[in-house]
Design a protein around this ligand. Structure first.
Ligand code: AMP
Length: 479
């Protein structure tokens, strides 16, 4: 299936083409028709699958069909809630990009910056508001936002909302939405609380599932070094000097950590650039351009900042820190080994990260081969958690309430184990109870950033097959 077969208006098709997309990703193929016809959708997918365009394109089309008349004020007709500033900005930028020369105006709202520009944008009028729940609730209380005319509501990354303790804000915002609306909800995992939220928010939804992670994992040459935290910098510098490292994306757990790595590498004579949420959009863009053009071959990133960035042909992904969530490991390493290249994923694990390592190995269903270096792990007693003072991981920033007081971090909710199916196709679980099979779209990418021409390296070069489609019935739980 191509975009032009999806009943999208010509201007949207031009914008999609200008974005460089040729084939809709599985989630786009499954979701776009559903959103166009007004259905509620529960999407089990994470960022990186092309999820944003899956909801943004049909929303833009639906909204552009009924632009406000010249004598009518522009009111908020679509609301997208997303957990982080990074994601809010990214979705906003996507709306701008996909909605070029269309009569739809987006605005973005997030905390941590002055509200003035955001309030001004709202006063000028916006059809689509992309917001983080805390700041939105704040502006609603100040009377700057009214949600009475919202026709489509999107809850993005619902499981992260839960993990980050935003679910209360989400529910408060939702209580102000019109009862009659279209609701789209996306979540990478479906822990029971997210499932419950889905039942409360969605009305007879169609369920779309897409592999949360690329199936190319098996193909990537993975290895792990046990190394003390203090020696990671030496090991990194040594590995980066090795011949086969053409370019490397290095993952740091924290923003400060990313900056520290850049400084340490500089001392070792290696140039690198960092992208993370504390950097301005311009600084991040400049870093990305330097990396993509080859001017700088080492990019240090946090998970959130690296999300959705499209870098092809990476020779190495290095997990300087083990990810806090095992799914992130698969997502990180899926960025290498593309375009027919041999990809390498190297992880550093210190004694305090053994638990994360175990979780990753459980998720991927195999042990990561160990390598030895001149810096073997010598500290074998985990740091006492009381004396350890890690900075909070970026996806779980410290929060303040509306009065600016610190809100205690909530414990992450129980996560449903993620299975890694081999197919990479979206499946649609409809509401009629019928069982269907969706044929695999030729050339469709499980991961949108996968190679456009050559296939990713796979061990057995298995063809992608369509996943079975089951249908279930859901009803909104009004209680
Ligand atoms: P998302 O999951 O929405 O964050 O998208 C991840 C990345 O995939 C972004 O860089 C998008 O620009 C890109 N993308 C989205 N749809 C497609 C597509 N159909 N073909 C190629 N790239 C895409």
């Amino acid at each position: 299936m191509t975009f032009s077969e999806m009943n999208l208006v010509p201007q949207l098709l031009r914008n999609v083409e200008a974005s460089g997309y040729t084939i809709p990703t599985p989630i786009q193929q499954a979701t776009i028709p559903l959103v166009l016809r007004g259905s509620d959708v529960l999407g089990c997918a994470q960022t990186g699958t092309g999820k944003t365009a899956a909801f943004a394109l049909p929303m833009l089309q639906n909204l552009s069909r009924r632009p406000p008349r010249a004598d009518e004020p522009r009111v908020i007709r679509a609301l997208i809630l997303t957990p982080t500033r990074e994601l809010a900005l990214q979705i906003y930028e996507n709306f701008v990009q996909y909605g070029k020369r269309m009569p739809v105006v987006p605005a973005v709202i997030y905390g941590g910056v002055s509200q003035n520009a955001q309030v001004e944008a709202l006063h000028r009028g916006a059809d689509v508001v992309i917001a983080c729940p805390g700041r939105l609730w704040d502006l609603m209380n100040q009377g700057f936002v009214r949600l009475d005319w919202v026709e489509t509501f999107v809850l993005d990354e619902a499981d992260r909302m839960l993990d980050m303790g935003f679910i209360h804000d989400v529910r408060r915002v939702v209580s102000k939405l019109p009862e009659k609306r279209q609701t789209l909800m996306f979540s990478a995992t479906m822990p029971p609380e997210v499932e419950k939220l889905a039942l409360d928010l969605l009305h007879e939804p169609e369920t779309v599932k897409v592999d949360p992670v690329s199936s190319t994992v098996d193909a990537i040459d993975q290895c792990m070094y046990y190394v003390d935290k203090a020696n990671k910098k030496h090991l990194l510098a040594k590995l980066l000097r090795e011949d086969d490292v053409e370019n490397a994306l290095v993952f740091s757990r924290t923003k400060h950590g990313a900056d520290r790595i850049v400084r340490e590498l500089k001392k070792a004579g290696i140039e690198s650039v960092a992208i993370h949420g504390d950097k301005s959009q311009n600084a991040r863009q400049a870093a990305l351009t330097a990396f993509k053009s080859g001017a700088c071959r080492v990019l240090i990133a946090t998970d959130i900042a690296a999300r959705g960035i499209d870098i092809e042909g990476l020779s190495h992904v290095i997990n300087y820190d083990m990810p806090m969530e095992p799914e992130a490991y698969v997502h990180r390493i899926g960025r290498t080994g593309r375009a027919g290249r041999t990809g390498k994923a190297i992880s550093f694990c210190c004694i305090d990260e053994m638990k994360q390592k175990d979780q990753v190995e459980k998720l991927i269903g195999k042990r990561i081969p160990l390598r030895e270096s001149e810096w073997p792990m010598e500290i074998t007693t985990p740091t006492d958690p009381k004396t350890r003072q890690p900075r909070p991981a970026e996806p779980r920033p410290a929060r303040v309430n509306l009065r600016g007081e610190a809100v205690p971090e909530k414990k992450p909710a129980h996560r449903t184990p993620v299975t890694i199916p081999k197919g990479g196709q979206a499946i649609v679980i409809g509401r009629s109870g019928k069982v269907n099979t969706v044929p695999a779209a030729r050339g469709a990418q499980a991961h949108p950033a996968a190679p456009k021409s050559a296939p990713a390296k796979t061990t057995a070069s298995k063809p992608r097959v369509a996943a079975p489609v089951q249908r279930v019935n859901r009803h909104r739980n009004k209680g």
